[in-house]
Design a protein around this ligand. Structure first.
Ligand SMILES: *[C@@H]1O[C@H](CO)[C@@H](O)[C@H](O)[C@H]1NC(C)=O
Ligand SMILES: *[C@@H]1O[C@H](CO)[C@@H](O)[C@H](O)[C@H]1NC(C)=O
Ligand SMILES: *[C@@H]1O[C@H](CO)[C@@H](O)[C@H](O)[C@H]1NC(C)=O
Ligand SMILES: *[C@@H]1O[C@H](CO)[C@@H](O)[C@H](O)[C@H]1NC(C)=O
Ligand SMILES: *[C@@H]1O[C@H](CO)[C@@H](O)[C@H](O)[C@H]1NC(C)=O
Length: 518
C-alpha cells in the first residue's frame, strides 16, 4: 500500500520479458488450520543468476474462500524484520481474506533477511556471540521526549545520539566482518523482484501483483524524518492523555486524580524526564529512560494496548515496577543453552541493517546510523526513488492504481511522509487518512477505511484524494480485564450492520496477529 508497490509493478513488467533464471516452489504442506506453507527458491542475484547461488523465500497461504478466485494478495507486516509468514499464520490471513471478500489467496512472505528466508542476515559467527551483543545493544538513543524541542537539552540530545551511533557502528562492523551473503542481496530492489517471482509462479507470468503492506521504511525522507517523528510521538501522547481523561480513572488507571488531559500529559512527561536524569528505582530495579522509552514507543504504536500501558506507568509513577518488569522479562528471551550453533539473524539486530540497506548513507546529523553501513551496499541499488516519475507514468498508463493509507498521528511513519509519497506519485496514487494515533492504519480499526481498502482490492477503485475515515474503537473500554489488548474489542458506532461488525472484528484480528508476533 506504500512505496514498494510502485517499484514492484514497474519491475514486474521487466521480468516477464527476461526470465532467464530458475524459480522453483517446494510442495505446499499444511502448517496450521487453513494454512499451507512452501519455500520459493529464487536466484540470489537476479542480475547475475547462477544456479548454484539461490535465496529461499518462505510463504504461508490462506486459500481464497469464494467460488471465483481472482489471484493472490501478498502481505507483509514491514518492520523491517517482521515475518509475513508469522503474521498470516497468527490469524491475519483469515482476517485479510474476510476484509477483502474471500476472492484472493492471502500469501504471507518472509522477505530476504527475515524469518525463515535464506541466506540469513547474520552478523555473528554463533548464537552465543549474537546473544551477548544483542543484550548490550541499546534499543535507541537514551532521551526523554521533551528533550528534542528543548534548547537547554541540545548537548544531551547530541551526546545521546552519538552514543547510539557508536553502538550502531560496532554492529555494522560485526556485520561486515561476518560478510553474510545476505548483506549484499536483501535491499528492496531484490525483494520486489522476489515478489514478482512469487506472483509469476503462483498466478502465471504477467498476472497482476496485489500487495497489502503495513509498515515501511522511508527511503527518501529518512534524514528529515526525525523532527516529524517527534511531532508524531507528541501527538500520540496527547491522544493518550485525551482518551485517558475522557475514559476516567476506572478505565484508564494513569488518569488518577488528574482533572485534565494537559495534566495527564505533564505527569507523563515528568515521569519520563525523571527516568532520564536519574534512574527511577522501582521495586529495587533501576528503570532508565531508554528502557522506558523502548517499552513506551513499542506500545504507543498500538492503541488497543493502552489500558495496559496506563496501568504499567501508573505503577511506575507510584514506585512499583513489578508489572512493567513482568512485560519486559516476558519479551526479553533467554541466553542460548548451546552457544556454538551458527547465529540465527536476530530480528532486533538485523532490523537496523535492513533499515540501512535501503537508506542512502549519510553524514548528516543527527541521524548518522546508516552512515556506518555505508561501505557495503547491495549490488542492486534501490532505483525506486530516482526512477519514481517513470514508475508513476507506467502505473497510470497500465491502470495500476496505488492506495496510500496512513494514520494522522502515526508515531513511526508520519502522515507527512505518506503525503510526500503521494506528491511524487501524482498520477497513479491517492491518499486516505485514518483518524487517531497508532502505527499502521489497522492498529486502530476504522470501518470506513477497511471498506475503502476492500473496494480497492476488489475493483481497483480509489477514494477521493485526501479522504478521511474516523476510527471506531473505544480505546479505553469499561470493564476490561487487563491483558496485552482486550480479546474482544468495543466499537463506538451506533448503527453497524452485521457485516460491518464482521469487517471491524477482522481488522481487529490483524491487530491481534501483529501483537502475537511482536
Ligand atoms: C488450498 O487450495 C489448494 C488448491 O486448491 C489445495 O490443494 C489445498 O489443500 C487447500 N488448502 C487448504 C488448507 O484448504
Ligand atoms: C523451507 O525450508 C526450511 C529450511 O530449509 C525448512 O526447514 C522448511 O521445512 C521448508 N518448508 C517447507 C514448507 O518446505
Ligand atoms: C528544558 O530543559 C530544562 C533542563 O532540563 C528544564 O529545566 C526545562 O523545564 C525544560 N523545558 C521544558 C519546556 O520542558
Ligand atoms: C460492567 O460490569 C458490571 C458487573 O459485571 C455490569 O453490571 C455492567 O453492566 C458492566 N458495564 C458495561 C459497560 O459493560
Ligand atoms: C469513536 O471514537 C473515535 C476515537 O477513538 C472518534 O474519533 C470517533 O469519532 C468516535 N465515533 C463515534 C461514532 O462516536
Amino acid at each position: 500500500m506504500v512505496c514498494r508497490i510502485a517499484i514492484v509493478l514497474f519491475l514486474s513488467a521487466g521480468l516477464a520479458s527476461s526470465s532467464h533464471f530458475t524459480v522453483a516452489l517446494s510442495t505446499w504442506t499444511s502448517c496450521g488450520t487453513g494454512l499451507d506453507c512452501a519455500n520459493l527458491t529464487v536466484p540470489l542475484k537476479y542480475a547475475d543468476p547462477s544456479p548454484h547461488e539461490t535465496a529461499t523465500i518462505t510463504l504461508a497461504r490462506f486459500n481464497a474462500t469464494a467460488s471465483t478466485r481472482k489471484g493472490s494478495i501478498l502481505v507483509n507486516p514491514g518492520g523491517p524484520g517482521a515475518s509475513g509468514v508469522a503474521l498470516v499464520s497468527a490469524g491475519a490471513g483469515q482476517s485479510i481474506s474476510t476484509i477483502t471478500g474471500g476472492e484472493y489467496d492471502i500469501i504471507g512472505f518472509d522477505p530476504r533477511g527475515v524469518g525463515g528466508a535464506e541466506p540469513k542476515f547474520a552478523c555473528f559467527a554463533n548464537t552465543g556471540d549474537e546473544y551477548d551483543f544483542n543484550s548490550a545493544f541499546p534499543a535507541g538513543a537514551n532521551l526523554w521526549i521533551g528533550a528534542f524541542a528543548n534548547a537547554t537539552e541540545e548537548k544531551a540530545v547530541s551526546s545521546s545520539i552519538k552514543d547510539f551511533d557508536t553502538a550502531a557502528a560496532k554492529l555494522a562492523a560485526a556485520c561486515l566482518k561476518q560478510n553474510s551473503k545476505a548483506l549484499f542481496t536483501l535491499s528492496a530492489s531484490y525483494v520486489v523482484r522476489d515478489m514478482a517471482s512469487i506472483v509469476d509462479f503462483l498466478d502465471g507470468p504477467g498476472a497482476k501483483l496485489n500487495y497489502w503492506g503495513f509498515s515501511y521504511a522511508n527511503a527518501q525522507t529518512y534524514v528529515s524524518q526525525l523532527p516529524n517523528d517527534q511531532i508524531s510521538v507528541r501527538n500520540a501522547i496527547k491522544d493518550f492523555a485525551q482518551l485517558c481523561c475522557e475514559a476516567g480513572p476506572s478505565a484508564c488507571s494513569f488518569g488518577g486524580t488528574s482533572k485534565s488531559a494537559a495534566d495527564i500529559e505533564a505527569r507523563f512527561d515528568a515521569l519520563h524526564k525523571t527516568a532520564f536524569s536519574k534512574l527511577v528505582v522501582a521495586s529495587g530495579v533501576p528503570i532508565s529512560s531508554s528502557i522506558m522509552s523502548s517499552f513506551l514507543w513499542t506500545f504507543f504504536t498500538v492503541p488497543p494496548t493502552w489500558p495496559l500501558v496506563s496501568a504499567l506507568i501508573a505503577g511506575l509513577e507510584a514506585g512499583d515496577a513489578s508489572a512493567l518488569l513482568n512485560v519486559l522479562v516476558t519479551s526479553a528471551g533467554s541466553a542460548p543453552a548451546n552457544r556454538s550453533p551458527p547465529a540465527v539473524g536476530l530480528r532486533s539486530l538485523s532490523s537496523m541493517g535492513l533499515t540501512c540497506v535501503d537508506n542512502a548513507p549519510t553524514n548528516l546529523v543527527p541521524l548518522t546510523f546508516c552512515r556506518n553501513f555505508g561501505a557495503q551496499r547491495p549490488k542492486l541499488h534501490n532505483l525506486g526513488v530516482s526512477k519514481i516519475t517513470d514508475t508513476d507514468c507506467i502505473l497510470a498508463e497500465h491502470n495500476n492504481p496505488i492506495l496510500i493509507v496512513n494514520g494522522i498521528h502515526d508515531t513511526n511513519t508520519p502522515l507527512k511522509s505518506a503525503q510526500r509519497l503521494r506528491a511524487i506519485l501524482p498520477c497513479s496514487s491517492r491518499i486516505a487518512a485514518r483518524g487517531g494515533p497508532g502505527h499502521t492504519t489497522i492498529s486502530l480499526p476504522s470501518l470506513g477505511l477497511a471498506k475503502t481498502v476492500a473496494n480497492y482490492f476488489r475493483t481497483g477503485a480509489l477514494p477521493p484524494d485526501g479522504a478521511f475515515y474516523p476510527s471506531d474503537l473505544v480505546v479505553f473500554p469499561k470493564n476490561t480485564t487487563l491483558s496485552v489488548a482486550p480479546s474482544t474489542p468495543t466499537f463506538n458506532g451506533t448503527s453497524y450492520s452485521n457485516s460491518d461488525r464482521v469487517i471491524l472484528n477482522a481488522v481487529y484480528g490483524i491487530v491481534l496477529a501483529f501483537l502475537a508476533i511482536a
